[in-house]
Design a binder for this molecule. Sequence first.
Ligand code: NAI
Length: 329
Amino acid sequence: MNIAFFSNRPYMQAAFTEHNHRHGFNITWFDVALNDTTALLGQGFDAVCVFVNDHLNADVIRLLAEGGVRHIALRCAGYNNVDLDAANRAGMNVVRVPAYSPEAVAEHTVGLMLTLNRHIHKAYQRTRDANFSLNGMVGFNMHGKTAGIIGAGKIGLATLRILKGLGMKLLVHDPVQDNAVLAMGAEYAPLEQLFAESDVISLHCPLTPDNYHLLNRHSFAQMKHGVMIINTSRGGLLNARDAIDAINTGKIGHLGLDVYEEEEHLFFEDKSCQIIQDEIFHLLSAYPNVILTGHQAFLTNEALSAIAEVTLDNLQCLADSLPCHNKIN
Ligand code: NAI
């Protein structure tokens, strides 16, 4: 099978090359993202392998299909960046990696919480400058505080497990109830209750048309003053403009973002010598109580290895015309 591998990065190529020894696929590596302007590169391949910021809208899918592409292999869990109806119409298989390391994302999530709470990002800079003042560095005990988890699937559950270890009270909002969540002592709650009672709110649900900008000025208004918000799920779940207003009033006390609605034009690239044309991003990165990471919550050796293994296994199933349980259309 000939595979066009978009949005390639060295750490991805290393993991896929290692696992491809078992398959012997012919992989062509493209650093560029797959989108309207690059879709023609995919023509002539059997499959495209894509990541979170590749943009497979109806036009891209049509161009790929015209070029003979039959399979779309997502090397991620979320698939909000693929027009599934268009893929169905084109008769293309779409496969994904439903879980590669929930713990990797959960650990990064809690890392953001602890860093923000205890000002570790500021301490790192201060001590390098021999500034040992503790002014402005006061945090709070996580123990005894309430965490509100929105979406308790694999990553939400792994996050709950760590937060339980910290001694937090756990509230969960998820339309689907899971005994594993209840067994952890967590309580399911409507969003209004979760907003009103949580000291820390963390998003772990997929982005769907129904929950776009789930966190916005109306939801912030229902939250505790000084609430900590963490988003390691998808940028579109949070209205960043409204979040800035809420930071300015002190309603949001800490904001940790591993994902950003406009990340497609920023993340996974070195933009350090460019003038970034995104005022919201500049505002967010200027606040001392905001931490942005560039969609790296998944980035552990274990996760990369699992992503490569499952993606190539998915493609092997399709190559052999076998049923693939990670097919989503
Ligand atoms: P999952 O499918 O195991 O769990 C998602 C949960 O969200 C399910 O329990 C579902 O019932 C629930 N849910 C769906 N709509 C909801 C809503 N409107 N409100 C509350 N809950 C809702 O997915 P998993 O593996 O836990 O991943 C969650 C999300 O994390 C992915 O969709 C993806 O966007 C994000 N992600 C981010 C990564 C990163 O590196 N930052 C890496 C991997 C995933």
